[in-house]
Design a protein around this ligand. Structure first.
Ligand code: NAD
Ligand code: TYD
Length: 393
């Protein structure tokens, strides 16, 4: 039986992670969710999980020393998994300070609380304990593109048997972020995540705290807040609203289905070597403009195939086509390409991202079509004024 303290689990990836471990481990896990419920946190995302006796929720800021120390004193926590963060690059450009407060100081507070709660009299830590920092490939900075169009990605021979039949891997370049790539963040968001990573690794070196850092690429899937590209596109399409594409839509990201990511985190918790960083990527690079077209096509196809979905379309379905695309002013300092080499986690822990992009996008669009209440609830209130400010500048 393991006790997980999962911060930020009212947000996108955290709620999927709690869902994943409760399904994978059943009664063998106990989960304490800690979340400050910022604009990005929504208790509705975990309401069904909180009905189980082994899952509880505490509303708390990760920077609140007394509250976190008390939680750790009262519960024999094995794993702290830190998802809590300010996570949106665009918001970090308009208001960077909160990114430092939450992502840097909040993480440092969690580390200190873990250090004092877990340390044994001889200064060592029990083998069962681990602090896992969920980080991002954005700490490595930006890569250039070598190809205009995506080209097939050749897997190393020893990885092929693990590929689970996937043949759709793509890349726009020859260089990839490795765990050994020097950090070089370029936005306030990625700078704050980098600072947090370095603190986590420093606590391992200095105090011996058992830690891992995972650095993943762009996630997508259910419960994704519609300020990020993919859920924003789906939400706008269903309302017949324009689809804002920064610059010319040439920027490339590596996309990872959220459930594949959750499986990776759980494996690193159980078997990751202490003090190590693990890159987690989808072997799936795509340009923004291709994603926009794929999402439009997928929505159009699914509503045509299933008349029930028509009920949630708020515009003339004939308008769902490429004419919705609108090229808008680019993001300042917009990173051109993120591409991750996840071979280390594949080789060491036998993990592989098994969800092909077209299948993951179809699941994500279906989920959004079938959960309009969730989308409406998270986009009421502050979302509207954020959207006005961000896109009608
Ligand atoms: P999210 O914005 O959807 O959720 C963040 C959650 O953290 C929310 O529930 C929010 O209420 C909570 N939170 C914010 N400040 C807090 C505080 N001070 N104390 C406690 N809770 C607080 O984020 P996400 O997309 O689920 O990302 C989770 C983690 O993964 C983040 O650390 C992010 O940097 C990292 N990450 C995300 C992606 C991605 O594609 N979404 C990619 C790479 C890394
Ligand atoms: P986003 O989902 O914000 O993730 P990140 O900035 O962490 O990669 O953006 C993904 C890509 O989509 C990024 O290149 C910026 C671009 N983008 C748009 O073109 N339009 C939008 O409205 C948003 C939110 C993002």
């Amino acid at each position: 039986m393991k006790t997980y303290l999962v911060t930020g689990a009212a947000g996108f990836i955290g709620c999927n992670f709690v869902r994943y471990i409760m399904q994978a481990h059943g009664d063998q896990c106990r989960v304490i969710v800690v979340d400050a419920l910022t604009y990005a946190g929504n208790l509705g995302s975990i309401a069904d999980l909180l009905e189980h006796d082994n899952c509880s929720f505490v509303k708390c800021d990760i920077g609140d020393h007394d509250a976190i120390a008390k939680l750790l004193a009262e519960n024999d926590v094995d794993y702290i998994v830190n998802f809590a963060a300010e996570s949106h690059v665009d918001r970090s450009i308009t208001g960077p300070r909160i990114f430092v407060e939450t992502n840097v100081l909040g993480t440092q507070n969690l580390l200190d609380c873990a250090r004092f709660a877990w340390r044994l009299p001889d200064g060592s830590y029990p083998e069962s304990k681990k602090f896992l920092q969920v980080s991002t490939d954005e700490v490595y900075g930006s890569l250039s593109k070598d190809f205009e169009q995506a080209e097939p990605l050749a897997l190393d021979d020893d990885l092929k048997p693990l590929a689970d039949g996937r043949t759709d891997m793509k890349t726009y370049g020859r260089n990839f972020f490795e765990e050994t790539t020097p950090v070089s963040p370029r936005s306030p968001y990625s700078a704050s995540k980098t600072a947090a990573d370095l603190l986590v690794l420093a606590y391992h070196e200095t105090y011996g705290l058992p830690v891992n850092v995972t650095r993943c690429s762009n996630n997508y899937g259910p419960y994704h807040f519609p300020e990020k590209l993919i859920p924003l596109l789906i939400n706008n399409i269903l309302q017949g609203k324009k689809l804002p594409v920064y610059g010319r839509g040439e920027n490339v990201r590596d996309w990872l289905y959220v459930e594949d990511h959750c499986r990776a985190i759980d494996l690193v918790l159980q078997r990751g070597r202490l003090g190590e960083v693990y890159n987690v990527g989808g072997f799936n690079e795509e340009s923004n403009i291709n994603i926009v077209r794929l999402v439009i096509d997928t929505v159009a196809r699914l509503i045509k195939e299933n008349p029930d979905y028509m009920k949630v379309v708020e515009c003339d379905p004939a308008l769902i086509n490429d004419n919705l695309i609108e090229f808008v002013t680019d993001r300042p300092g917009h990173d051109m390409r993120y591409a991750i080499n996840p071979s280390k986690i594949v080789r060491e822990l036998g993990w592989f991202p098994t969800t092909p992009f077209t299948r993951g996008i179809e699941h994500t669009v279906r989920w959004n079509l079938e959960h309009r209440d969730w989308v409406k609830s998270v986009t009421s209130g502050d979302y509207q004024s954020y959207y006005e400010k961000q896109y009608n500048r």
